[in-house]
Structure formats: structure tokens, C-alpha cells
Write a protein that binds this ligand. Structure first.
Ligand code: PLP
Length: 359
């Protein structure tokens, strides 16, 4: 069986050299005589793995010393609750509603406080990022939440909103390390691993230290950032194997030249696909050009039967998981860091052929 080009939105492709390295070390890691899966999280070998992973992500994202990096569990959805449980003081927050994940995050935060929806793009099926103006923001809010890349709809922010003294919280689940971002513009960044970091099971949180230690009294111990920060993510058993693979991905990213180099590759890949969509007589993109994601590219033919035929034939050609999210239909190509340029070129060639055959 050959490997396919996997355009899944998540869990998604991992770099082949990472999988091969994990395969080599699967049964015996280093001189430990055991698999990372079998190792105590208190062992020297695992301590080296988690410390190295942290050092590498700090390096890759240029994370300042006054931020903690946490390796947690529970995915993006758990962060929807952890953020309000830890950051509410007065109990009010601003959210921008740019898609389903943003909406879910806001709904969860409503359980413990007042959520103000600053702006929403629901009116046009989330096909754009609303224009934000500081006069819309509540200067008294405890934090301001954005979903930086909208996985389902294929939009992304190209400018980080200036929220003044109000800490900015960013859900970067589907774009972390795909482009250079200035961490210091955020109070807190979170990302589930299964899109751009590694296997499902670990969630990365980058939090400015002054935001630690204010958890609500009813906040469960496991959902208190400070508990995890004080114990360097080893308060309880962390997702050891997922952290190990994420560490291999960080090493691979460094070998690729780091995030700035990766961004160039991602811009090239997205450019190839969007150029084709803009000139196609059959396919078209669904997002306004200025807010297009580099990671998730939704497109349609305008005909449901033709969409279904396309997905079926693409799958047979080894281009898999191109079906759009169930709430939007059509197609979506997720082209995260691990998707090579060659994969996108192959997809575009296939789309050209399909277009000719189905005109
Ligand atoms: C996938 C995704 C989530 C949900 O992540 P889980 O780890 O499945 O909870 C949240 N936000 C964004 C932007 C996502 O892409």
C-alpha cells in the first residue's frame, strides 16, 4: 500500500521523516531498552524528551521567557472552558465569531460570565474576517478571544487586533507554526496538536506568566493552568507519546529552516491552489481573497453531484479526505506544514483534468 496525499483537516498528515524516526525508535528508545510508550513520565529519558520539545518550540516560535509553555490534554475544546475558568476576574470577555469553533468557545465562556460578541461573519457563512475597530472592544473585558485560523471555513486573520491592555487569547489550533506570529501580542495561545503539531492527545498552551494564578475557586484542579505551570506539565501523567512525536515534528521544522521558511513553503502551496481556483471555469474558492487561509482551502463546483464525483475520483487517485465539513459541503483541501508542495501540485493537476472531462 502506498502512502496517499492526505488533505484531512485533522488529525492530518505528519512528515514522513517523523513517522520513520518514530518507527525506528518504537520498540527501543535510545539505550533505555523500552518504548517511549512504556516509559515513566518521571524518568530521565522522558524528562529529556519533554524539556527538549519545550526548548525547540520556544526557539521555533521565539517565545519570551515570561511565557510558560504547557503540554496539556483535552484538545481545543477543553481550552474553551479553561480560558474563562482561569482568566475571568470581573467575569466578562469579548469574542469574535468567525466560525463554529469561535462560536463554541464563546458558548462555553458564557457558562461563567458575560460574553460580548464583538463582531460576527455568520451572515455570509463565515466567508470573511469582520473588520475590527478598537471602539468596538470593551476596555474593561478580562480578555479578548479570536480564532486565528478558521479550519472549517478557510479564513484567517492577517492582522493581530490591538486590544491594548486587555489580554488577547488566540485559538491557533489549525495554524500554529505555519507562519511567523508575534507571541508578545498575545496573553495566551492554545492549539490542539492534531493539525499542525503532531498526533492527537496533546494540547499546547503558551501563557504569559501574569495570567497564572487567578483560577476561579470552583475551577477543577486539572483545569488550572498554574497547577500545570508549577509542575512543568508533569502534575499528572502527560500524553507522553504524543509529546515525543510533537518533539520530532519540532526537530523536523528546525531542519526545514524554521517557521519563516515553512511560511514561504505554505505561501507557495496556497498560492498554487488559489491561482488555479481563481482561473478555473469549474471550481471556485468560497472565501474573500484578502482573508484566505494558508492552511484550509475550501472550494466548490456549484453542483452537489459533481462535488461528489470529484471527491470519489480524487480518492481513487490517492488524493484523500477532500470532502468539505459537513456543515458547508463542497470540498476542502487542508494543506498543513506536513503537506509537501508536490501534493498540492498533484491535486491541481488532478483538478485540471477533472475540469476538462466535466465541462
Ligand atoms: C479542531 C479545532 C478545534 C477543536 O479541537 P479538539 O482538539 O478536537 O477539541 C478548536 N479550534 C480550532 C480552530 C480547530 O481547528
Amino acid at each position: 500500500m502506498n502512502r496517499v496525499y492526505n488533505f484531512s483537516a485533522g488529525p492530518s498528515m505528519l512528515p514522513l521523516p517523523v513517522l520513520e524516526q518514530a518507527q525506528k525508535e518504537l520498540v527501543c528508545y535510545g539505550d533505555t531498552g523500552m518504548s517511549v510508550m512504556e516509559m515513566s513520565h518521571r524518568s530521565k529519558a522522558f524528562d529529556d524528551i519533554i524539556k527538549q520539545a519545550e526548548a525547540d518550540i520556544r526557539d521555533l516560535m521565539n517565545i519570551p521567557d515570561n511565557y510558560k509553555v504547557l503540554f496539556l490534554q483535552g484538545g481545543g475544546n477543553t481550552q474553551f472552558a479553561m480560558v474563562p475558568l482561569n482568566l475571568y476576574k470581573k467575569g466578562k470577555a469579548d469574542y469574535v465569531q468567525t466560525g463554529q469553533w469561535a462560536k463554541k468557545a464563546a458558548q462555553e465562556a458564557k457558562k461563567w460570565g458575560d460574553v460580548h460578541i464583538v463582531a460576527s461573519s455568520e451572515d455570509k457563512v463565515y466567508s470573511y474576517i469582520p473588520k475590527l475597530d478598537k471602539s468596538m472592544f470593551d476596555p474593561e473585558a478580562d480578555y479578548f478571544h479570536i480564532t486565528y485560523n478558521n479550519t472549517i471555513y478557510g479564513t484567517r486573520y492577517t492582522k493581530i487586533p490591538d486590544t491594548g491592555n486587555v489580554p488577547l487569547v488566540g485559538d491557533l489550533s489549525s495554524c500554529i507554526m505555519s507562519e511567523v506570529i508575534d507571541v508578545t501580542k498575545f496573553g495566551l495561545i492554545y492549539a490542539g496538536a492534531q493539525k499542525n503539531i503532531g498526533p492527537a492527545g496533546v494540547t499546547v498552551v503558551i501563557i504569559r506568566e501574569d495570567l497564572l494564578g487567578n483560577a476561579k475557586p470552583e475551577c477543577p484542579t486539572m483545569l488550572d493552568y498554574k497547577i500545570h505551570a508549577d509542575k512543568d506539565s508533569l502534575f499528572n501523567t502527560p500524553p507522553c507519546y504524543a509529546i515525543y512525536v510533537a518533539g520530532l515534528v519540532f526537530k523536523w521544522l528546525k531542519q526545514m529552516g524554521g517557521v519563516a521558511e515553512m511560511q514561504k513553503v505554505n505561501e507557495e502551496k496556497a498560492g498554487i491552489l488559489y491561482d488555479f481556483l481563481d482561473n478555473s471555469s469549474l471550481f471556485k474558492g468560497t472565501v474573500v481573497p484578502e482573508d484566505r487561509s494558508l492552511m484550509n482551502v475550501p472550494f466548490v463546483t456549484g453542483d452537489d453531484d459533481l462535488n461528489a464525483k470529484f471527491i470519489k475520483e480524487a480518492t481513487a487517485a490517492g488524493l484523500v479526505n477532500l470532502k468539505g465539513h459537513r456543515t458547508v459541503g463542497g470540498m476542502r483541501a487542508s494543506i498543513y506544514n506536513a503537506m509537501p508542495v508536490e501534493g498540492v501540485k498533484t491535486l491541481v493537476e488532478f483538478m485540471k483534468k477533472f475540469e476538462t472531462e466535466n465541462k
